[in-house]
Design a protein around this ligand. Structure first.
Ligand code: GLY
Length: 364
């Protein structure tokens, strides 16, 4: 098959998937899986399934991990995302618990170091009214396992969320790519999928890819790829987010800093990010100067050292939103097609939980 970036079974020095007697039954049923969408969730599923002895082909319309996984800041921060008990908050907290082990195993298998930190987060109130609302919210959060404590930040009332964390999603993509390669996953990039059939076959410009099963993990593009297939799956809507970044001296901020919809976090490298807007503009990739300017202004108010500093990077990406904000993870009717998408603002946070659920369901 032309166009494979790596087709590691043919390569040198690349491990074949280890034979695992426990997976022998699985191999008879799921011999080969096509994964459409090679972001963090798609690559993560590819890695886990390959660990279980499944032959995996991952396909992406661009470079692997170049859409939402590349655009995301990588906040693992239920404290800023879930304002009380819900089924999604439960999944998010479970996934956060899984993160340390997930990162350790991935670093070990890939040999790639991942910038992952249990940094905590500080959320600041700018007024008495905001401080009261934050108190009420954090009381509800405490009932679902999101602890926080009152503090003062730069003279302002604030709450510290000790469990919030951060990861560099681009490190995560690099590591997953390498781990997939080592496990013999084939990766086909810059290849548009034109059709998926209910029996698990996938069509691209390069030909038809047989599979006993196809898994769609294509974020905001998922439901359009699934159109015409059986089963009740939710339509997904892209919600654009702009982010900006500055290259600064490392160690300027340790915890995530938040005020309302603005958040700041700093990587170990010193790169400091500010996010994010929420815009309903379809798949328009145009950089919106007004959105960037407003984000910069909010960032400068939260961390005055940023005021007047020109960002070194500005970008946007598309969050996959579904009605109810509960990601769809499962099989489409009785077909050979599965999907995992709709993670909206928390795809990076929910990745370990989603990946292990998909692998467990498919290889049940
Ligand atoms: N998770 C933060 C965002 O989507 O902006």
């Amino acid at each position: 098959m032309n166009g494979y970036r790596f087709c590691s079974r043919k390569g040198t020095g690349v491990q074949k998937p280890a034979y695992n007697p426990a997976s022998a039954v699985i191999l008879r049923v799921v011999e080969r899986i096509n994964i459409v969408g090679a972001g963090i969730i798609g690559l993560g599923c590819a890695w886990r399934l390959a660990q279980r002895g499944v032959n995996v082909l991952a396909i992406d319309a661009r470079d692997a991990g170049r859409e939402a996984s590349w655009a995301a800041a990588g906040m693992l921060a239920p404290g800023g995302e879930f304002f009380g008990p819900s089924a999604l908050a439960t999944l998010a907290l479970r996934s956060l618990d899984m993160y340390g082990g997930f990162i350790r195993e991935l670093e070990e298998e890939s040999g790639v170091t991942i910038d992952f930190r249990r940094s905590g987060a500080i959320e600041v109130a700018y007024s008495e009214e905001e401080a009261c609302a934050l108190e009420v919210r954090t009381a509800a959060q405490a009932t679902c396992g999101i602890p926080s404590e009152a503090c003062i930040h730069e003279g302002r009332p604030a709450r510290f969320f000790p469990d919030d964390a951060m990861v560099d999603p681009r490190d995560l993509t690099r590591a997953l790519r390498r781990a997939c390669q080592r496990r013999g996953v084939s990766l086909l990039e810059d290849e548009q999928v034109t059709k998926i059939s209910a029996d698990g076959r996938v069509w691209t410009a390069g030909g038809v890819h047989d599979g006993s099963l196809t898994l769609v993990t294509a974020g905001a593009w998922s439901s359009q790829l699934l159109a015409g297939l059986p089963g009740n799956f939710p339509p997904v809507v892209p919600v654009r987010g702009h982010l900006v970044a500055w290259h600064l001296r490392p160690g300027l901020i340790e915890p995530i800093l938040r005020h309302r919809s603005t958040y700041l976090l700093q990587r170990r490298s010193g790169v400091l990010l500010a996010g994010a807007t929420k815009e309903h503009v379809g798949f328009d990739r145009t950089l919106d100067e007004a959105a960037v300017a407003s984000l910069q202004a909010c960032a400068g108010e939260l961390l005055p050292t940023l005021a007047g500093q020109v960002p070194t990077e500005r970008w946007n990406g598309f969050r996959p939103w579904v009605e109810g904000e509960m990601p769809f993870v499962g099989q489409l009717g009785e077909s050979s097609v599965w999907a995992a998408y709709g993670h909206y603002r928390n795809g990076i946070l929910l990745a370990p939980e989603t990946i292990s659920r998909v692998a467990a369901q498919i290889c049940a």
